[in-house]
Design a protein around this ligand. Structure first.
Ligand SMILES: Cc1ncc(COP(=O)(O)O)c(C=O)c1O
Length: 461
């Protein structure tokens, strides 16, 4: 999952700064029309964007349309899309199979707030993929993890939620803690402080969430022992996906499963990013550890806004009789279900996963060749349709490594190189690429070619 780590050339920060300024100026120049839209947008939307994650400097690149593996911005620049809507678009843009299903549903009525067969078909498919017997639908990853927390608290009668330091699980109170804690506030590694991610959460809510480092089962064991009888849930991404990609070390997830069971704690896997993207049954299938609750969204609905929560029969009983309230006007919306059904049954087939895995391997291998040839202090990490170049010569095992080991200036510069050369990449140092079934070998080759241009420029004296 993680390739060999090369020795590394010394990178000159002054050169990085010069290249960054040059590439930023180039991006600004190429995206003038985005700049105009940004000026308009700022008058009606804080930061000129519908969601904080879309903010960018000096402005976001506003897109016009997408087809297959390509997107076009409002200036008419076209790009190969490796951002893929934060990993949602594994089906590719305007996928004809998904589009036909959605159009047919459009003509047959899009919303009833009464169940349709589509929700049954999708729930059956999720049960088949994840092995958990019961499913409900939501409208986003945030709602999925919120419902999971309610389930855990309802089931155990306890309040405390344990989460992984540096993980993002959506923007509800229980999980907006220690998402990207500033080093000055995060406390000792042995006892990380719960740090709210922004304003607006009651102090009492923040106190109920306790962070632990990823990949450290002993730290989790200590905390569960210390808080014996008070912890409702451990919520975690089985592989961290918002600090580049950080895979679990061998044996870690198995030990987490044992510990949560021993302490009567509900184990929640947040598979919003990994679900249907790293394997048919997500990280649960890939790593062979089944939690009590799985949270899904993003890739499962093929580009429409939806999510799902999978649960054990014991937890489902709480939902069935309404002791835990799981509900929403748009849950299981027919249009979203039509997209999810086409995505899961007709597009993301076993053959599609094989192809995604092969392409991803080729992309990682290509980047590894460049890293080795230029002695970049970097390595690749990836699984399924997702991967990244982590700008660190050493592996990253947890958030604190991400803070101290990664050269974030290099990550930003690589992003600018890609954006200026027709490769649309996820903004921010924290992210990864996501491939779609409509990506081809030539697209992967182009990514590697641009990465090589970056590597050559940044290592040339
Ligand atoms: C791991 C994880 N969980 C939950 C969420 C929240 O999902 P949404 O943005 O659909 O609310 C995200 C969003 O990026 C995520 O990456």
């Amino acid at each position: 999952m993680s390739a060999t780590i090369p020795a590394g050339t010394r990178i000159d920060p002054a050169r990085v700064a010069v290249l960054r300024d040059r590439e930023r100026a180039r991006l600004t120049q190429r995206t003038r029309r985005s700049g105009e839209l940004y000026a308009r947008a700022r008058a009606v939307m804080p930061g000129g964007v519908p969601s904080q994650f879309q903010k960018a400097d000096p402005w976001p690149v506003y897109l016009d349309r997408g087809e297959g593996a390509r997107v076009w911005d409002v200036d008419g620049n076209d790009y190969l899309d490796f951002h893929n809507g934060f990993g949602v678009m594994c089906v590719g843009h305007a996928n004809p199979v998904v589009a036909a299903a959605v159009k047919a549903r459009m003509d047959a009525g899009t919303h009833f707030a009464a169940p349709t067969e589509g929700s049954v078909v999708v729930a059956e498919e999720l049960r088949r993929r994840w092995g958990l017997p019961h499913w409900r639908f939501t409208n986003s990853g945030t709602e999925s993890t919120m419902d999971a927390v309610h389930l855990a608290r309802g089931h155990t009668g306890r309040d405390v939620i344990v989460k992984i330091e540096g993980s993002y699980h959506g923007h509800h109170d229980a999980v907006m803690v220690s998402v990207k804690p500033p080093p000055a506030l995060m406390g000792d590694r042995d006892r990380p402080a719960p740090v709210p991610y922004g304003l607006g959460y009651p102090a009492s809510a923040v106190e109920q969430t306790r962070p632990v480092p990823f990949n450290d089962a002993a730290a989790l064991e200590r905390l569960l022992g210390e808080l014996a009888g008070r912890v409702a849930a451990v919520i975690m991404e089985p592989a961290m996906m918002n600090v580049n990609i950080v895979p679990p070390v061998p044996g870690y997830l198995e030990r987490v499963r044992e510990l949560t069971r021993a302490h009567g704690v509900v184990l929640i896997f947040d598979e919003v990013k990994t679900g249907a993207a790293v394997a048919a049954g997500g990280a649960t299938e890939l790593f062979g550890v089944t939690p009590d609750v799985v949270c899904l969204a993003k890739a499962i609905c093929g580009g429409l806004p939806g999510g799902a929560v999978g649960m054990t029969a014991e937890l489902a009983a709480l939902v069935e009789d309404g002791r835990v309230r799981q509900q929403g006007t748009f849950n299981g919306n027919p249009l979203v279900m039509a997209a999810a059904q086409a995505t899961l049954l007709d597009v993301l087939t076993p053959a599609a996963y094989e192809r995604l895995h092969r392409l991803n391997r080729a992309l990682m291998d290509g980047c590894e060749r460049v890293i080795a040839a230029y002695g970049l202090p970097a390595h690749t990490v990836g699984m399924g349709s997702k991967g990244c170049v982590t700008m660190s010569p050493e592996p990253v095992r947890e958030y604190r490594d991400y803070v101290t080991r990664i050269n974030h200036d290099l990550t930003e510069l690589a992003w600018l190189y890609h954006m200026n050369r027709g490769v649309f990449m996820t903004p921010g140092a924290d992210e990864e690429w996501t491939l779609s079934v409509l990506h081809a070998d030539a697209h992967v080759a182009r990514y590697v070619e641009v990465f090589e241009t970056f590597a050559r420029d940044v290592t040339t004296a």
